[in-house]
Design a protein around this ligand. Structure first.
Ligand code: AKG
Ligand code: FE2
Length: 280
């Protein structure tokens, strides 16, 4: 399966984006309206944070919507549905009221502002071209449904492997995202792969500065599976030369939780069900 790289400067960007998302559940946007230099600086600053001791002052707490806010260490991490090993990662969850280290707060806020604007634009494109697949709760309102309070910026650190990892543990085991769409700046380190309908894993293309967009389970549910939520994973570095720390910063966009996704589910009931599966 080939994930298309769509240049946002091109006249066909809108159609090409919708088409690749519909076909593969993923798209890579070149020249997105995001500050690429800031994203590189954030990756460096957050790496320093994860290597320091200050992170222990920011241990995560649960938010009212069921998300977490703050630092989640490797021994807590996450176990993907259907797997029995924790992912080899630590991460920091940022929601609107999250207290951030002073040195990281301004860039995180500025980045959040930009990804929210981009997210609304892309949801608007999907609504225009795929609206007929959406139920009455979302049709014509996909962009407006975005709820920054329920959306989540996750800063991930995958440390270099030490050799002491449990057998079979990987950086991020195969999973689907729960939310509407995810906006993921291309990391400076490789490893992200998507599962094609043919059962083959392929690398997601892109260069730092690009942004990967994928549709999540909520959008799959809301679009009667017209927009697929595609499995993806992060593989371990294959050799010593590539055994480097990897930073990644997905923004998970969620709608207002009382919105009806489908006859069976509100966004809130759907989220609760999925988070319970993860917290094992
Ligand atoms: O680190 C990455 O490139 C992907 C992370 C991811 O898929 C996730 O956190 O849901
Ligand atoms: Fe993911």
């Amino acid at each position: 399966m080939t994930v298309a790289v769509v240049d946002m400067f091109s006249a066909e960007a809108e159609m090409a984006f919708v088409e690749t998302l519909r076909r593969t559940g993923f798209a890579v946007l070149r020249n997105p309206p995001l500050d690429a230099r800031r994203m590189l600086k954030m990756a460096d600053d957050w790496r320093d944070f994860f290597y320091g001791e200050e992170k222990w002052e920011y241990l995560a707490e649960e938010t009212p919507s069921g998300n977490t806010s703050g630092y989640i260490p490797p021994d807590v991490s996450e176990t993907a549905v259907g797997h029995d090993r924790k992912d080899l990662k630590e991460f920091f969850h940022i929601v609107p009221d999250t207290i951030l280290p002073a040195a990281l707060a301004d860039d995180a806020e500025a980045h959040l502002g930009e990804v929210q604007v981009l997210g609304r634009l892309l949801l608007g494109w999907l609504d225009i071209h795929m609206g007929s697949a959406l139920g009455p709760g979302l049709r014509g309102q996909l962009a407006e449904s975005l709820s920054p309070a329920d959306s989540l910026l996750r800063i991930l650190h995958y440390p270099p492997l030490t050799g002491d990892e449990p057998p079979g543990a990987v950086r991020a085991a195969a999973h689907e995202d729960i939310n509407l769409i995810t906006l993921l700046p291309v990391s400076s380190e490789p490893g992200l792969q998507v599962l094609g309908r043919d059962g083959q894993w392929t690398d997601v293309p892109g260069i730092p500065g690009d942004i990967i967009v994928n549709s999540g389970d909520m959008l799959q549910e809301a679009s009667r599976r017209q927009l697929p939520s595609t499995s993806h994973r992060v593989i371990n570095p294959p050799d010593a030369d590539s055994n480097l720390s990897r930073i990644s910063m997905p923004y998970f966009l969620a709608p207002d939780l009382d919105i009806q996704l489908s006859p069976q589910h509100t966004a809130g009931s759907y989220l609760r069900e999925r988070l319970d599966l993860l917290a094992r």
